[in-house]
Design a protein. Sequence first.
Length: 137
Amino acid sequence: MKSILRNILAVLIGIVVGGFVNITIITYSGSIIPPPEGTDMTTTEGLIAAADLLQPIHYLMPFLAHALGAFVGALIAGLIAATHKMTFALSIGLVFLIGGIMMVLSVPSPTWFIVVDLVLAYIPMAYFAGKMTTNKA
């Protein structure tokens, strides 16, 4: 019973911490790479209105937020999980992938970004984190 509780906590804490990493990067991304002049990137409506003004550099921080959020969440889940560490790490990647799919359905993005984000940011980062928790040094 102890391992079941620990595995459930691994998933919950992984999602919360990974989500915190994601939202923190998104929150501060505008101060690192300023958005186009006169745009409001804090709302879905503002993102939709600014879509045509965004340059490829503006997609760097969202990609990093998604990739690092999935990575950190999966790493935390893998470190906490009592058993099946890779499975729990990948489950975090899957949760974040579902969130990414929901995001690309609600906010317009160039096709190249959608492909790069969905293919490289979630499952590969969760797999890498899972490998880090299962490899014995």
